[in-house]
Structure formats: structure tokens, C-alpha cells
Design a binder for this molecule. Structure first.
Ligand SMILES: [Ca+2]
Ligand SMILES: [Ca+2]
Length: 349
């Protein structure tokens, strides 16, 4: 029996692990995406900081502490070479929509980081200690998404394959088009033993990272977002190495060059359909059968893939604390923009 085509309108709903379970060691461990183990770079990162004893974003955390703990885990970014000359990391006006006022581009390194530190509460770690828990958001805000880098021939092949096998190629192509403003991100879940029951630890160096989130093509059928849970929490000063794919700027813990973007369900459906047509005798010419398989190989593993060219790792500079939704700081009213706000308000853990 012929299997049903996957529903290309159904955007996968990511499962959100409980932060208390993650910190307690009860959530699944594992590597994200490729199965490759992420690399960490250990180094101290310091920069000019705002005065202590200030809580401009009214989240109960000293903003000097927020900056220091964010620095302790800030990623080492590997930005792909060969971005377009005008595409880069954006700075925005202090206004409730994202209005670009400056761009770091050509090359877009070191990246500009907009970050956010927010307290989640208390949990019990795997050793039975009470810990205070923070979510660290690291926003990589581009002025432009240049769309998936695919040739006209690739597009034509996808449309042919879609028509032959029975899926809507234009739906897939829509999700990968170029657009202005490209809000990408990663995040870390960190925790530290409390100095006294129910008291937040305010020593940045006491924190360790229990889980990382990397966003890729969020909210589309080709969503490649992933969690990485290290086998041991990563101490402060350990910076995860992240790669940002060319043009689309999806974030990965591994080199994503040639990572297939079309979902596995669609890929297996396509091969199964061609096989069925061959076995059932609807395709009788073996050369046609082989040509179709080669076409699928090209579409799935050479056309609709990420591109990434290594040019080294960079700590972001500047690194700007955007504050909290409703209480932005450092001229960051733009976090109220409807494209960006949910990335700070929807739980990741
Ligand atoms: Ca604060
Ligand atoms: Ca904050």
C-alpha cells in the first residue's frame, strides 16, 4: 500500500523539556543533530561592565552579575565565509519594532551579541543540592536572511520531484525564501549551588551549563532546532562553539555544510514512492528508475542543504544586555518586535 505524503503545512511542535528535570539529570542526554560532540573553548571573557547594584530590567538580578554570567558562557561563533557584502549583524533603534541603524558586515565578525539573562527559580541537581537556575539567551540578530542558496536547476528538480511523487514543492520553497530581519539564537540553561536555602547564587563562576538550545529554521517545516545536554555540566568559562550557516544563519553545534534540510519523513517518502512505482511495474525502464533515484539524491543531499565555510571562531563584541520583555535596557526597546518577542517569552526548558 502506498504511504501517505507527509503534511508539509504541519510545522513540528518542539517538545519543551522541564528545566527542573534537566538540572536534576532526569531529562535525556545526548548530542544534537549530527551526533558529533560539540567543542568547547575554555577562556576568560571580560569587557566593560555596568555598575553593580543596578537592576535596570527589574528581574531581581544585578545587571553587573548578568553581564558577567553571560560572558562566562558566551558562545564562540563560527560565522560562515562568503556572506553577501551587506548582510551582517544588526543594531537597532530604541523603538518597539526592529529598525536597523547599523550593520557589522563584510566580514560580519566579530559578531554582535544581544543577550538576556533571566532567573527561572530553584531546582535540585543530580547530587541532591539545591541550585539557582538561569536561562541565558544569546541572540544573533541579522539584518537580512538571504534565502537558501540553491540554483534554478535545483528548484526545477524539486518541483519535478514534487509533481511526480505528490507533494507541494512551493510550500517548501516558501519557507526558505529571503527576507529582511533574521532573528537567530541559541540559549543555555545554567545553575549553581545556593549559598543558603532559597537564596540565588550571585557568583558567576559558580554556574555550570546543563543544556544548550540552538535554533535553526524555527517555525518552518525544515526546523533543525536542537538541544544538546552535556554528559557533565560545563563549568563557567567553557564556551560552546557554534556554527552559523551561510545566508540562512541557522545555528549548529557542528559544521553543518551539506546538512540536508528537507525532513527525513519527506526524504523516506520520496524514495519509498519511487521504489513502489518500480516494484509495482508502473516504472518499467530501469534507466528511468535509476535516473529518478539520482534526481532524489541531488535534490535532498546536494540542493536542499546548508552551506558553511569555516573562517575561525570569534567571541562576540559588543555583547549587549537587552533586559527583559517589558523592561528593556541599553536602548533595546526593539525586543518588543512581534518577530522577536516570542523568542524571549516562550519557554525553552
Ligand atoms: Ca537585572
Ligand atoms: Ca535580565
Amino acid at each position: 500500500m502506498r504511504q501517505a505524503a507527509p503534511d508539509l503545512k504541519a510545522v513540528p511542535e518542539p517538545a519543551v523539556p522541564s528545566w527542573k528535570d534537566v538540572v536534576g539529570g532526569k531529562a535525556g542526554k545526548g548530542s544534537a543533530g549530527s551526533g558529533a560532540t560539540p567543542r568547547f573553548t575554555t577562556q576568560a571573557v571580560a569587557g566593560p561592565r555596568f555598575s553593580l547594584a543596578a537592576d535596570g530590567d527589574a528581574d531581581g538580578l544585578d545587571d553587573g552579575f548578568e553581564g558577567a554570567v553571560a560572558d562566562a558562557f558566551t558562545p564562540v561563533y563560527h560565522v560562515s565565509a562568503n556572506e553577501r557584502p551587506l548582510t551582517g549583524f544588526a543594531r537597532f533603534a530604541d523603538a518597539p519594532t526592529q529598525s536597523v541603524v547599523a550593520v557589522r558586515s563584510n566580514p560580519p565578525v566579530p559578531p554582535t551579541s544581544h543577550f538576556r539573562v533571566v532567573p527561572l527559580g530553584f531546582a535540585t541537581n543530580g547530587a541532591g543540592q539545591q541550585v539557582s537556575v538561569l536561562r541565558l539567551d544569546y541572540l544573533t540578530l541579522w539584518n537580512w536572511d538571504d534565502g537558501l542558496d540553491i540554483t534554478t536547476a535545483c528548484r526545477a528538480d524539486l518541483i519535478f520531484v514534487g509533481g511526480f511523487i505528490g507533494f507541494n514543492a512551493s510550500l517548501l520553497l516558501e519557507g526558505l525564501q529571503a527576507h529582511a530581519i533574521d532573528n537567530e539564537r541559541s540559549a543555555a540553561l545554567v545553575a549553581a549551588p545556593v549559598p543558603a536555602p532559597g537564596v540565588f547564587n550571585t557568583d558567576p563562576a559558580a554556574y555550570s551549563a546543563y543544556s544548550y538550545y540552538t535554533a535553526g529554521h524555527e517555525g518552518t517545516f525544515t526546523d533543525t532546532s536542537a538541544y544538546f545536554v552535556p554528559s557533565q555540566p560545563v563549568p563557567a568559562g567553557g564556551h560552546i562553539n557554534l556554527a552559523l550557516s551561510r545566508a540562512k544563519h541557522a545555528t549548529y553545534t557542528f559544521n553543518p555544510d551539506f546538512l540536508p534540510l528537507l525532513p527525513g519523513s519527506l526524504i523516506s517518502f520520496a524514495y519509498a514512492t519511487v521504489d513502489l512505482l518500480w516494484i509495482s511495474g508502473q516504472i518499467q525502464d530501469p534507466l528511468l528508475y535509476l535516473a529518478l533515484l539520482a534526481l532524489l539524491d541531488g535534490v535532498f543531499f546536494a540542493c536542499f542543504v546548508e552551506h558553511f565555510t569555516e573562517m575561525g571562531g570569534f567571541i562576540a563584541d559588543p555583547r549587549i544586555n537587552v533586559g527583559e520583555p517589558g523592561r528593556p535596557i541599553n536602548g533595546s526597546s526593539f525586543i518588543a518586535d512581534g518577530r522577536l518577542a516570542p523568542k524571549l517569552t516562550v519557554p525553552l526548558w
